[in-house]
Design a binder for this molecule. Sequence first.
Ligand code: FE2
Ligand code: FE2
Length: 254
Amino acid sequence: MDADVGNHHTEYYGFSYYFCSSTCQQVFSLDPDTYLGMQMQRFHDRSLELELVRKETLECLSRAAEFKDNETGRHTSRIAAYSHRLSLLAGLSPDHAARIRETAPMHDVGKIGIPDHILLKRGGLNTAERKLIEQHPEMGIRILGTNLRSEIMQIASTITITHHEKWDGSGYPYGLREEAIPVEGRIVAICDVFDALISERPYKSAWPVKKVRTCIDSEQGSHFDPALASLFVQHFSDFVEIHDQFRDIAHANG
Ligand SMILES: [Fe+2]
Ligand SMILES: [Fe+2]
């Protein structure tokens, strides 16, 4: 009976419902080990279900962000992989790096709130349009919510609000400087710029790899955390490899 209950999901839930009914007599007729085993299985099933819901919800939000910004691209997949790699190079724990990998794709979720005619405009933006685009980190926070209690959503929120801050304080929205910018935001900032430069976009062609490397290198201590940018440049080929692995489909085919 023990094995049957543990291995058959439907049958198990049938028993579970039975326990919740008023016929408690049946519960107490089971031996304690069987009852405990069933409860453990139930806990395990629910944990797996919650983990799946969490993962799929994060992926859904990430796709929503990407769909709005670059529907043929794989920018968010690349940002996840670059951010994970740079987190590990920076000595963050594997758990922390994994959480950054999961949440980094949401960095631009606030772009959902930017009108298409501005977000997808080819050519230069005027001052008012640029100011509106620069509101996307704050719009992202409005989407993700405030007073978040889960660690994963707190990291998502941190990345969303800080990925356009700059080491020298000239970024937005708050003009944070140096280590006042959380490490998650500093990591995604480098990866985001790298991907924008090395990829073709509607408004620009892809920069040559060498020029991208020079740019990241030259922004150490101004745009980027110097220690992180230095690691990025030292392991530059890893990031180029990730880019090629997740190359935009339209470009890879054509
Ligand atoms: Fe952004
Ligand atoms: Fe981005």
